[in-house]
Design a protein around this ligand. Sequence first.
Ligand code: PEP
Ligand code: MG
Length: 327
Amino acid sequence: RRAAFAALKSEAPVTKDGHRLTVMVNAGLRDDVAALDVTGADGIGLFRTEFQFLISSTLPSRERQQKLYRDVLDAAGDRPVIFRTVDIGGDKALPYLNKEDADEENPAMGWRALRLALDRGGLMKVQARALLDAAAGRTLNVMFPMVSEPWEFDEARALFEAQREWMEARGRKLPAEIRYGAMLEVPALAEQLDLLLPHIDFLSVGTNDLTQFLFAADRANPRLAERYDWLSAAILRFLRRLVAPTRAAGVQLAVCGEMGGRPLEAMALIGLGIDRLSITPAAVGPIKAMVRSLDRTALMAHMEALLAAPPRDMRGALQAWATQSGV
Ligand code: PEP
Ligand code: MG
């Protein structure tokens, strides 16, 4: 099977009825970029920039950040890379940064990610400069984590734009294009999606965090791991609501949580009309194999029926459809 998956490297993720999907990989370290060539993925849909911060004993300098981002872009070549600004705080606490605030009762719902970055503007300014410099002459895709309200996205974007203007005034070489996106991980953001969409170029759903907030179930608690299923009607219906508005607004919609790397889950996402996945590199082969055996039109009709009258065992129902359809 491994050899069969490896052979799919140069095959595109196209469904049996001719629909081309986009399958990208999640990465966080310089060496992860090699996965692009190994898997034949379409790009890096989530580059977790906090990894560099987490493996460092001091705050990485602008020069070090810039070097990493440039290396990643060089290695990716023509393939797009989406850099997520630091998602630190919470369970990814940095001793050298937020020591005085490390004592939170609910760190996952605490002072983390964009919340922390907006409060510590200096941190994000340095990162913005590093990213803008690294992407000089190329496209820069920036994505903000844990956006809960549209104004948080606006503030983060304004911070980047201010750095861009600062560099422009000094005659520095800038990216040819900057695309800004938000992660949807906090359910509240979905309620204001119409207000956010005109401001963003792409939206990426972080189903790891989204699930824990939707079900109020800690993603790190093994006692709850079996209790809430990614293939539940609640999650699938929630995600379905995002598809039509993003498409109407011309905003790219992707899923970059671990859910997309599991074949049955990925199949369900495709059945909702989600065409872009960013997944762990080891999953690219199995997901491509699944996609290439899929009749997307039939699947979408089936998903609609399932979500209209959800069976208690959604997973079982999807598995049965997959087996019967030769997926
Ligand atoms: C997510 O929450 O789904 C996500 C992709 O971000 P992370 O796993 O880094 O929190
Ligand atoms: Mg997350």
